[in-house]
Design a protein around this ligand. Structure first.
Ligand SMILES: NC(=O)c1ccc[n+]([C@@H]2O[C@H](COP(=O)([O-])OP(=O)(O)OC[C@H]3O[C@@H](n4cnc5c(N)ncnc54)[C@H](O)[C@@H]3O)[C@@H](O)[C@H]2O)c1
Ligand SMILES: [Zn+2]
Ligand SMILES: [Zn+2]
Length: 349
């Protein structure tokens, strides 16, 4: 079939919305009519070349939601009509890590930066080229074929255009504070960058009982929004917050620091920010990990990332779309899609 997708042909480069050929779902795969996708900063890193794609052209996007319209041979967990959100790490359910309840470390995660499907072939094609997808997903498309292992079925009463945010930003941010950072009641938490991930880290810290949540972001609107989401105070820079942090912690620094400020350098890491036994949780661009500009000891302080995609479902379903967290309020901009009118009758707001 033919569908439209936002394709990146070169990096750095711009997304080009164009018609592409989409294959039928193969064994273990399903065809999904997409309803919504978020734009994560990781997608921006791909188009800017901060995260060089393994294969070009590529359709990125990993924060999507939609409705299963067709199932391929051998699919056992999904059926036509199911509502799904994407998972940027597949969960095979069988490897050592999945068996231990850590599906965020599933062995199949080794494939998410490669670009092809699990069987090594591509489902999208244009102008004589195979088109890669990021994270085995590629949600920047109106229709897409996914492995069933990369999808999480959700209840049909959850609005799909809100649920898509849970596929990355909500669970990454919430999990960075609640799980990787292990925020405890009474902790002083510093969140650098309150965009898609950081705003949810604020909420994860709030739900974990932090006594003080200090948000730092140079954008004035985000400083204000952070207060609505549970930050107890917000500042435009570390320099503005430094005295206050010292006063709150007897000069010892925060208990937990969550870094989500996109490209992170040493100016944001370590030093007087946190107390000696404090915990770091970071969601970062490439610089911290791959260019080695940060203290490598930080790596050892991160026992787990994020929330497990499937066991994380209570977070996804109860805390976020229905509970105390506010993904619905967390959509800074909505871009109308060509197909919006078509979907309106499916998901009236
Ligand atoms: N699982 C993962 O590892 C994972 C998942 C999602 C995002 N990420 C990464 O996390 C980072 C954040 O993603 P996002 O979607 O939230 O991005 P975003 O653009 O929505 O948010 C980043 C925020 O950082 C702020 N900022 C910029 N410079 C700053 C500074 N010096 N101090 C404080 N704040 C600053 C920006 O104003 C913005 O609000 C990206 O690098 C992204 O690739 C990782
Ligand atoms: Zn993301
Ligand atoms: Zn697995």
């Amino acid at each position: 079939m033919k569908t439209r997708a936002a394709v990146l042909w070169e990096a750095p480069g711009k997304w080009r919305v164009q018609e592409v050929e989409l294959d039928e779902p193969k064994t273990g795969e399903v065809l999904v009519e997409m309803v919504a996708t978020g734009l994560c900063h990781s997608d921006d890193h791909i188009s800017h070349g901060d995260i060089p794609p393994e294969h070009l052209p590529v359709v990125a996007g990993h924060e999507g939601s939609g409705i299963v319209r067709k199932v391929g041979p051998g699919v056992t967990t999904l059926e036509v009509g199911d509502h799904v959100i994407t998972s940027f790490i597949p969960g095979c359910g069988k490897c050592r890590w999945c068996a231990m309840g850590m599906q965020n470390l599933c062995d199949l995660g080794a494939k998410i930066m490669v670009g092809d499907q699990l069987d090594g072939t591509f489902r999208m094609h244009a102008d004589g080229h195979d088109i890669a997808t990021s994270a085995l997903l590629g949600t920047f498309a109106e229709w897409q074929v996914y492995d069933e292992l990369s999808l999480v079925k959700i209840d049909k009463d959850i609005p799909l255009e809100i649920a898509c945010l849970v596929a990355c930003g909500v669970q990454t941010g919430f999990g960075s504070a609640a799980y990787a950072g292990n925020v405890q009641p009474g902790d002083v938490v510093l969140v650098f960058g309150v965009g898609g991930v950081g705003m949810n880290a604020v909420q994860g810290a709030r739900e974990s009982g932090a006594s003080h949540i200090i948000a730092i972001d140079p954008v004035a609107n985000k400083q204000a929004w952070a207060l609505d989401f549970g930050a107890t105070e917000s500042y435009g820079s570390l320099d503005e917050a430094r005295d206050r942090l010292a006063a709150l912690t007897n000069g010892q620094g925060a208990d937990v620091v969550v870094l989500t400020a996109s490209i992170v350098d040493n100016a944001l890491v370590g030093g007087p920010l946190r107390r000696p036994q404090g915990r770091h949780a970071r969601r970062h661009g490439r610089e911290l990990g791959e260019r080695g500009r940060a203290d490598p000891r930080l790596q050892r302080e991160l026992p787990r990332d994020d929330a497990d995609p499937h066991p994380g479902c209570p977070v996804r379903h109860e805390v976020a779309p229905r509970g105390h967290a506010e993904p619905a309020e967390h959509v800074p901009r909505r871009q109308p899609q060509a197909r919006r009118a078509h979907h309106a009758h499916l998901h009236p707001r």
